[in-house]
Design a protein around this ligand. Structure first.
Ligand code: PMP
Length: 296
């Protein structure tokens, strides 16, 4: 993720990664009380273009608001800082990881001080490019009555780690998590879509992270005239679907071959997922409008 030349953005300054230090008494280290984002940039003829940068930083700010972290940065400042991190590290196709972490504080109280770090590195397809074999996880997504599931909180990712390790130790590529009521929720780091009789379905908001890629897929469906509905469905219903895929910033769009012992019957090359995958890979490589207008 970093070497001796890597620079990071830390509290409004560019500093060497090897010289940037955190504090062991941080509330984030002690309690998992922090917020983060995962963002991708793509090489374009106008230089690196950060896909949906504004949407990601809006979600970062919203996540902070939901858990009482006061983040005094505007979306514009955060986007600008992100481009600076890419430029100073000579990165084009890259993954950006902003994290909001807190000052030393051992009490279960609101933060005493807030820090913002943005790192970036080159990162290939997070779930690879092969169709995935999933297992229904024994770990549920966190109950929305216990935490704010719609916030991208550092501590929530213990749930994602447990589900992923369990899936891999049992010979699967990835997990599928259900919500507290037993409906299909999402993957450890991706949202799910299924295709049935030429129509797409994705779990409704409420028990999942509102993915930026999920929202992009919904936009692409509208644009391409594909039918798509947000609703609750059970794992049993999912096991009658023709095809399914995961989507996320890191994973992009990736087909699912099998869930437990159910193989999705529709060939990926014929699926709506494949059509969306191709469209997405073009869309992310179109320079964002601010890049094009900056050069004029
Ligand atoms: N669900 C979870 C639990 C995630 O961690 C992610 C990755 N941020 C997603 C869904 C997909 O979200 P996005 O498309 O915004 O990356």
């Amino acid at each position: 993720y970093y070497n001796h030349d890597t620079v990071v953005y830390l509290n409004r300054k560019m500093v060497k990664a090897t010289e940037a230090n955190g504090n062991l008494y941080s509330q984030t280290l002690q309690y998992g009380y922090g917020v983060f984002e995962g963002i991708r940039s793509y090489a374009t003829e106008h230089g690196p273009s950060i896909f949906k940068a504004k949407e990601h930083y809006e979600r970062l700010k919203k996540s902070c608001d939901l858990i009482h972290i006061q983040l005094d940065y505007s979306v514009e400042e955060l986007v600008e800082a992100s481009y600076k991190v890419l430029a100073q590290n000579n990165l084009q196709d890259a993954y950006l990881r902003p994290v909001v972490y807190l000052d030393p504080n051992m009490s279960l109280s609101k933060p005493t001080g807030v820090n913002l770090l943005i790192t970036a590195w080159e990162w290939g397809a997070y779930l690879g490019d092969k169709m995935l074999n999933l297992c229904t996880s024994p770990y549920q997504r966190p109950n929305p009555k216990s935490v704010h599931v719609e916030a991208k909180v550092t501590g929530h990712y213990i749930n994602s780690i447990l589900a992923t390790v369990h899936a891999k130790e049992n010979g699967y590529d990835e997990a599928l998590l259900l919500d507290a009521a037993g409906f299909v929720a999402e993957g450890p780091g991706a949202n799910l879509f299924m295709e049935k009789d030429g129509k797409l379905f994705t779990p409704a908001l409420g028990n999942i992270l509102p993915g930026i890629t999920r929202a992009t897929v919904l936009e692409m469906c509208a644009e391409l005239g594909l039918r798509c509905e947000e609703k609750q469905f059970t794992p049993e219903e999912l096991k009658t679907a023709d095809s399914a895929f995961y989507c996320g910033t890191a994973a992009e769009i990736i087909g699912i071959a099998q869930l437990d012992n159910y193989r999705f019957p529709l060939d990926w090359s014929e699926s709506l997922g494949k059509k969306l995958q191709e469209h997405y890979s073009k869309l992310v490589r179109q320079p964002q409008p601010e890049l094009v207008s900056n050069e004029q």
